[in-house]
Design a protein around this ligand. Structure first.
Ligand code: MN
Length: 259
């Protein structure tokens, strides 16, 4: 029965409980169901693909979603395969099969957790954040990964107004019509990427001082310096699991912009 210990290095049950704590059983179930549905599709596409660049993109998306639900080992396998294929090389022998096998284990694990809704949630972190619903700052969230949009809107939605955009093109149009207080901008977007969007925002005189935070799942040495150099105000790696960090960054930038 007690397989928690042997599983803990491959999977992160605490991550599921974080989702439970952040949004209750409804969020937990939504995230897990969304993850399972999309992962099945992604793995089928991965298995059918012979194009290394397409495989790298699939692995990137899958990795981001794996981290949200705490599928730690599967996320590592995705990252390894992403890096192996992103320069155009074919995948190492057996790598795709290993991903598929690990996914089946993760699926069983998540389904088991979903069948036990009364599992103990960790104690509430003394959440001393005042909820000023009268005057909530508005954050534009530009993110193509639906799992990440859902997670972010649950974490941030109590404290800020959130306007979601699924692409850079839609964000540019929306932001110029309705100015937010801050932008959270995914760097890896299909079509216009985050750097293109930032450049377009900064070319608009009305938006020069708008705080823009880079979001990326592709943590590389020197990223932070590179993104700040490019004109972002801050940099956050995904998924957002440390709520305090993102609140500190957002509140810091909002405070600064009010000066
Ligand atoms: Mn993305």
């Amino acid at each position: 029965m007690d397989k928690g210990h042997s599983e803990s290095s491959r999977r992160d049950p605490a991550q599921l409980e974080t989702l439970f704590q952040q949004g209750g059983q409804v969020l937990l179930a939504s995230m897990c169901e969304s993850f399972l549905e999309r992962s099945g599709q992604r793995l089928a596409a991965l298995s059918a693909s012979t194009d290394p660049a397409a495989m790298a993109r699939i692995c990137h998306d899958l990795k981001t979603s794996c981290r949200i639900v705490g599928a730690r080992h599967l996320a590592q396998l995705c990252e390894t395969l992403e890096y192996a294929t992103e320069n155009g090389s074919p995948p190492p022998a057996g790598a795709v099969q290993e991903l598929n096998e690990e996914y089946l284990q993760v699926r069983d694990w998540l389904e088991e957790r979903l069948r036990s809704p009364a599992a103990t949630a960790p104690e509430e972190d003394a959440s001393d954040r005042p909820e000023d619903t009268n005057k909530q700052p508005v954050i534009a969230l530009v993110e193509d990964n639906p799992d990440n949009r859902l997670l972010m809107s649950v974490i941030l939605g109590q404290t800020y107004g959130i306007t979601e955009y699924t692409s850079g093109e839609k964000a540019l149009q929306g932001i110029s019509n309705s100015l937010p207080d801050l932008v959270l901008l995914d760097v890896s977007l299909p079509g216009m990427d985050g750097l293109d969007v930032l450049k377009a925002l900064r070319e608009d005189e009305a938006l020069v001082k708008l705080p823009v935070v880079a979001l990326t799942a592709h943590a590389m040495h020197g990223d932070r310096e590179r993104f700040l150099e490019a004109g972002f105000d801050e940099y956050i790696s995904k998924p957002i699991v440390d709520e305090q960090l993102i609140f500190d960054i957002i509140d810091g930038l909002l405070g600064r912009s009010e000066q």
